[in-house]
Design a protein around this ligand. Structure first.
Ligand code: G3P
Length: 218
């Protein structure tokens, strides 16, 4: 499974680029707005730090305008993936972009039906939103079950569209994505940091270091 970072924050992207395990970036209009800069400017900078799929989401809502906007972003860099909302206009856009061999990430997916329709349109990726589904259903596993069901359906029909587990709120969501067989998990910076940690690791290392100290002092 690939790990992407879900942010438009350049400082976080610069830091994780040095970890050697982050293979892509996803952004969305909310994440771009947090940076107070334009999408083109932010995406251009991201391409300097992460050499892998970088999702840039269209602002338009009608297919013709989405396609035009998508071509603008796609021309920026070969790593750019066009993020398109799971709407009828988004499906039409995905179909057109796939014919032009432009990679797409259909986002705001909350059902197997939506994921399947996006795949039929030729989506490179679909992004089921785990956290928002859990929030809406007041559960801790609705997102997990959705991932499992999409994985089952895609495998049943030998569908190549890749599943990006998105809207990840904590390490448990990332682990659910791993267990469900997602192709990618796109993870906020702080959750990536939390995934590195475990209290027993910290405790065990302290014990090892204490033993070393005692040993060298003999
Ligand atoms: O960027 C797509 C998705 O990961 C956003 O998730 O629910 O935290 O805004 P959310």
């Amino acid at each position: 499974m690939k790990l992407f970072i879900d942010t438009a924050n350049l400082a976080a992207i610069r830091e994780v680029s040095g970890w050697g395990i982050i293979e892509g970036v996803t952004t969305n209009p909310s994440l771009i707005a947090l940076e107070g800069r334009g999408l083109v400017e932010v995406i251009n900078e991201i391409t300097k730090w992460i050499h892998g799929p970088i999702s840039a989401e269209v602002k338009e809502d009608v297919a013709e305008a989405m396609v035009e906007e998508a071509f603008t972003y796609a021309r920026m860099h070969p790593d750019i993936v066009i993020k398109v909302p799971m709407t009828l206009e988004g499906i039409k856009t995905t179909k057109i972009l796939s014919k032009h061999h432009i990679k797409t990430n259909v986002t705001l997916v909350f059902s197997v039906a939506q994921a399947m329709m996006a795949a039929k349109a030729g989506a490179t990726y679909v992004s089921p939103f785990m956290g928002r589904l859990d929030d809406a259903t007041n559960t801790q596993d609705a997102g997990y079950r959705l991932l499992e069901d999409i994985r089952y359906a895609f495998d049943m029909y030998d569908i190549e569209t890749q599943i990006i587990a998105a809207s990840i709120r904590h390490p448990m969501h990332a682990e659910q994505a791993m267990l469900a067989g997602a192709d990618v998990a796109t993870i906020p910076y702080q959750v990536l940091c939390d995934m590195l940690e475990h209290p027993l690791t910290k405790k065990g290392l302290a014990i090892f270091r204490e033993a070393q100290e005692k040993n060298t002092s003999k």
